[in-house]
Ligand binder design. Sequence first.
Ligand SMILES: [Zn+2]
Length: 406
Amino acid sequence: MVTGDSAYIKKINRSLILKTIIQHQKISRAELSKITGLNKATISVQVADLLQEEIICESRLEHNSIGRRPIMLSINGNAGYVLGIDLDYHEIIFNICNLQGKSIQMETLHPDTENYDEIVRLLITQIKKYIKAYSNSIYGLVGVVLGIHGTVNKDQSILFIPKYQWHHKDLKSDLEKEVSDIDIYIENNANLSAKAEKTYKYNYSDNLLTVILTSGIGAGIIIDGKLHRGYHGYAGEMGHMIIAPDGIPCKCGNHGCWEKYSSEPSFLEQLSKLSNKKVVHNDVKQLITKQDPTTMELLNDFIRYLSIGLNNIINLYNPETIVLNSEVLKIYPNAVNQIKNNLTSSVSQYREIVLSDLGNKACILGACSYAIQRFLEVPEIVLSMEDERHSKGDQSVEPIYINRAP
Ligand SMILES: [Zn+2]
């Protein structure tokens, strides 16, 4: 049993109370006591502190029955703001969320440079701009989380970003030299995307994989509710699993890597080659609608190789939820069924395969949610973009068992 002094226990209780308020959006003191198991006196003292700090606020619940309307507690959304940054190649997305995780401002820049120092300069200018813009709120901008499309060490330094060809960059320190009074955190984009899927969509799933096909293949892995980073922090580089011996050469030095067969760039590249013109996502929709034979054949291959890789990772992780983040699959109505039909192994077990609704916003939403979590010092959070939630009892999600092993 864990023991600790009263300050430690108070901190743990505060974290539990905040986590519960975030999860329920609006909750009364009585419900809070019931759900957390903390007695009413403890709830009363902690809630008074949080109200005084203006981290939470009170409101009256509207209802029609006679009697007093209960006082509800919720996170004071506008007490502070967080900045999530998706640092992609020639495209940097900046997203501001309030403390309730609602996205309130988004900006996309397309810097025409790969120069590290120039990008650092741009990031500093942008972060300072947002600090100033939100300085009138109670806590101002409380955290910045950056998503990196490359390998990030556990100490948050960058090992390698292939598209920028940046090796061994300490971006966090370089930013903190100029922006020292704010919490800055660096994380891999697929990890942040996995976090967003769990935080905003699939709260119930403690074993979730997100596989992102939009630029190469990257995966974010959540095991038993926690992000799995691996020994160095590089877990999830699944695009470089070899699925075809002596196959297509890859920049990583091997042949036959998964992303050479099942990433969107490889699909579009092959389709462009066969069509003798540059094919982009918008063209794919039209080509699928008119059942263009070349497109349909390539799409079948794309899905067949995708299924091979998924079969392998399903056997490694036995996931509850697999979220595929892909624009191409989203415009092909039969994609998920076709993938499921390919997964015929008697030992591959998973619960559900779904397409990401968050799409290219997954990284920034994961970044913002992580910044909120760090500011409020809670172990996990459940957020919603709308006021609807997936829950454990959601009837639309049926468990899937394929040819259950005897
Ligand atoms: Zn490779």
